[in-house]
Design a protein around this ligand. Structure first.
Ligand SMILES: Nc1ncnc2c1ncn2[C@@H]1O[C@H](COP(=O)(O)OP(=O)(O)OP(=O)(O)O)[C@@H](O)[C@H]1O
Ligand SMILES: [Mg+2]
Length: 248
């Protein structure tokens, strides 16, 4: 397994390099409508380090969203193990899983904002549920950080696609997640807006040292990541070595 890129080695210079997510022979099998077993993930092994940015690539139907859902604790594996910060997920009960989900953020292709809540309320809600005291001030700060300080009272339908995705990014980062998962974050955006979302994700990734795990078909977005992993035939392969130039 590759060591993280130079940037992260620098950040981790005085600390042990730590994997934030590790999987061992991760399996996901589902039964389709005809009663046929579908072996989506057939033994995925991976190790992702603190602060890294990783792209997960693969053709449509390869199982990328399935894998992301398992890593984020949204679905349960059929076999194998996932460790989040050295904690095995299979050992967690319902409450443990709920706590675990508070350590991760998720950005979806379709934004998934609550339609009847304003931008501010969308960002505030998970913070409030997590017991954060200054949830309103924190939500407002995050909306300002993604450039939406003037849009706090807008409902999702009153926002453009790029603005909605920025609200979703603010919501995901506001919880100060260890890992931020994004499934096709630019998939529903035009290329200019998509680029601004990419820039925003990577700026926040650097500033907060959040680990970023992205599923994308967007070659430009994948190139921004330190590592690219490709899912095919139910297995994950490291596609390219760290492409970030070593600094002198
Ligand atoms: N709960 C389920 N029941 C039946 N089939 C499923 C289920 N979940 C996923 N699948 C199937 O598993 C395969 C992988 O789905 P997944 O959504 O993970 O693919 P993907 O790589 O994200 O594709 P895309 O790039 O199109 O989003 C697909 O063929 C899908 O139809
Ligand atoms: Mg998908």
């Amino acid at each position: 397994m590759k060591a993280p890129a130079s940037e992260n080695r620098e950040k981790n210079a005085n600390t042990e390099i730590k994997s934030v997510i590790r999987t061992d022979k991760l399996i996901r099998t589902v039964t389709d409508a005809d009663g046929q077993e579908l072996h989506i993930l057939q033994g995925v092994n991976c190790q992702i380090y603190a602060g890294e940015s990783v792209a997960i690539l693969g053709s449509s139907g390869a199982g990328k969203s399935t894998l992301l859902g398992l890593l984020a604790g949204l679905d349960q594996a059929s076999g194998g193990e996932i460790w989040l910060n050295d904690q095995p997920m299979s050992q967690l009960d319902e409450e443990g899983r709920a706590q675990m989900r508070q350590q991760v953020g998720f950005v979806f292709q379709s934004f998934q904002l609550l339609e009847h809540l304003t931008a501010l309320e969308n960002v505030m809600l998970p913070l409030e549920l997590a017991g954060e005291k200054d949830y309103q001030a924190k939500a407002r700060q995050w909306l300002e950080r993604v450039g939406l300080g003037e849009r706090t009272k807008h409902y999702p339908r009153q926002l453009s696609g790029g603005e909605q995705q920025r609200v979703a990014i603010a919501r995901a980062f506001a919880g100060d997640p260890l890992v931020l998962f994004a499934d096709e974050p630019t998939g529903n955006l035009d290329s200019v807006t998509g680029q601004s979302i990419i820039d925003l994700l990577f700026t926040l990734n650097k500033e907060n040292n959040t680990t970023l795990i992205l599923v994308t078909h967007d070659a430009n977005l994948a190139q921004h990541c330190q590592r690219r992993l490709t899912l095919s035939d139910g297995l994950l392969h490291e596609e390219a070595a760290v492409a970030v130039a070593e600094e002198a």
